[in-house]
Design a protein around this ligand. Sequence first.
Ligand SMILES: *Cc1c(COP(=O)(O)O)cnc(C)c1O
Length: 383
Amino acid sequence: MKIPDLVPDLVALQAQRLLRRRRVVHGAVRPRVRAGAREMLCFGSNDYLGLAADPRLIAAACDGAQELGVGAGASHLICGHNAAHEELEKRLAAFVELPRALVFSTGYMANLGVATALLDRHDAVFADRLNHACLNDAALLSRATFHRYPHGDVAALERLLAASPAHRKLVASDAVFSMDGDIARVPELLALCERFGAWLLLDDAHGFGVLGRGGRGTPSHFGLRSPNLIHMGTLGKAAGVFGAFVAGDETLIDTLVQRARPYIYTTALPPLIARALLASVEIIEAETWRRERLAVLIAQLQSSLRGGRGRLLPSETPIQPLVIGQNDAALVLGAALEDKGIWVPVIRPPTVPKGTARLRISLSAAHTESDVAALVDCVNRLQ
Ligand SMILES: *Cc1c(COP(=O)(O)O)cnc(C)c1O
């Protein structure tokens, strides 16, 4: 018997202008990258603080490799849990001002780990409609009843929580929405969680390092503390390296170590990565100028980009999406910018809702004001 034919599916994606392609980048992540044959000014990375190629992080990783080798050799519960991981967990917990932290290999796995460790089919997850895909995957994998509420609609969430007979309840939300750049109404979400005895899994992939005092993230931005809060942050974005953490109270972390399968059944991060991250946390905390520079660049972009066909979404974070609408129109604008040597990723469904294809402009402290001026100039001319 023949294996199933995959071609029709690919042809359909092509017809809807939804086929994605990868561009090969040469060299380190910097605002100016060589992609293909040419150098491009890139507004696509999540390297918000400009740390991905920082010489101090590189040195920490190299020293780590010399001392600890390149591989962890095993999962954490077998024999892969290195002193460097242990030190990083303590440093992260102290930094985000929570009792404990657990380091995961990726943010994707951290979310899967939390949902599956805490919930089963008698329980319920409540998720914002614009959450990152991996929070949805986490909810599905947990087998809990999955409720989605309209973006930012706290009243709808309240009705769902009030009506739910579930034993354990988990509200999951991006802290900063990855494709819109807006900040969740975290104080209201947390108040509801406290009232209904639910956990709030706050996915701070885009807030950690960027928001809050010394870059502590979104809970610090709002000045929030609560036993109901589970603070998840990723370490491959503003922190410039790789990995993720979940922070919370003792029993939460103990439970994750016992029950989170994406933690237990996978090889530990290379300990050299933990060394690079320890260096990164120091810089995140100390170098306030990086967040100040981002604020300057964000203000510059917002005040100079003219509304043409596109609409810049209201966002106070480095994620500044220019919504175009149709896939074709967004691709045409993306390609025209590319012709001028400017690379802004075009984001299409299913990553964003249908009819809201956009250019996702992301700013970094490594950009200069003349970089932003070059982008604005091009977009204003082309629109
Ligand atoms: C990037 C991202 C993740 C996944 O993190 P990785 O470490 O890249 O796996 C999770 N949640 C959100 C909101 C993200 O933007």
